[in-house]
Design a protein around this ligand. Sequence first.
Ligand SMILES: NC(=O)c1ccc[n+]([C@@H]2O[C@H](COP(=O)([O-])OP(=O)(O)OC[C@H]3O[C@@H](n4cnc5c(N)ncnc54)[C@H](OP(=O)(O)O)[C@@H]3O)[C@@H](O)[C@H]2O)c1
Length: 237
Amino acid sequence: MKNIAGKSCILTGASRGIGRAIALRLAAEEVLVTAIARDEQALGELCAENPGIHAAPCDITDEDGVKRITTEHVERHGGLDILINNAGMGTFGPLEEVSYRDFLRTMEVNAGGTYLCMQAALPHMKAAGDGDIINISSVVGLKGYPDQAAYGASKHAVMGLTRSIAAEAAPAGVRVRAICPGGVDTDLIRQARPDLDPGTLIQTDDVAEALIFMLKMSETGITDFLPIRRKGSEPQL
Ligand SMILES: NC(=O)c1ccc[n+]([C@@H]2O[C@H](COP(=O)([O-])OP(=O)(O)OC[C@H]3O[C@@H](n4cnc5c(N)ncnc54)[C@H](OP(=O)(O)O)[C@@H]3O)[C@@H](O)[C@H]2O)c1
C-alpha cells in the first residue's frame, strides 16, 4: 500500500455529508486538502478545526472559479496529486413533476461540475505523469430507480465521464475511478428516499474509508480492461 501523507488533493462538496467525512479522513492521513463547496461558513468551520484543509468557496459549475482554484492549489502545493469529485445534488419525483430546468441543473452540477473539475486538474496530473481522480457516482449511476430520472441520468453521465477519461488519462499514468455507494446517511438520501430506515444506511465514514483504501492501493493492485501504463514501461493491453 502507498503512503499518501504529504500528497495534495482538491475535494468538492466538502461542506457536509460524505465530502466532509472524506475531508476529515484525508486530513487524518496528512493529505493537504483544498475543500470546495458553496457554504462558506461550513467550510470555514471545517478549516478552523483542521489546518491541513484550505477553504475554497465556489460553485463547481463556475468554470472560471474552478480553473482559478485549481491554479491556486497547484501554486500553493507545487502540483495536484488527487481530485475527488464528490459535490452533487438531486431533484427527485415522477418524470411529469420534475421540470426540465431542474433536470438540466442536476446534469449541470453532477455531470458538468465533474467535467469542469477534471478538465482543470488533468493537465497538471498528465504533466506530472501521476495522479488519482475519484468520482463519487452512485448505485443510481449503474441501475434505474423510480422517481430518480434526472439524478440517475446525471450519475450515468458521471460513469461515462469516468470510463472515458480513465481511458484517456491512463497512458499518462493517471488513474481515474468511481465509487458507487448505495444509500448513505446524509441530507441527500433523506430528500431522495424518505421511506428508507436511517438505521439501514451506509455511514459517511465508511465511504471515506473505501476512498482512502483506493488511494493507498499500489499501481499493480489496480487491474482493468484499459491499457494501463506502469511507470517506466510500455502500455499493456
Ligand atoms: N447520500 C447518498 O445516499 C449517496 C449515495 C450515492 C452517492 N451519493 C453522492 O455522494 C455525493 C455527496 O452527497 P451527500 O450524500 O454527501 O449529499 P449532501 O449531504 O447533500 O452534500 C452535498 C455536497 O455537495 C455540495 N454541492 C452541491 N451542489 C454544489 C455546487 N453546485 N457547487 C459546489 N458544491 C456543491 C454541497 O455543498 P454546498 O451546498 O455548501 O455547496 C455539499 O457539500 C453526491 O455526489 C451524491 O450524489 C450520495
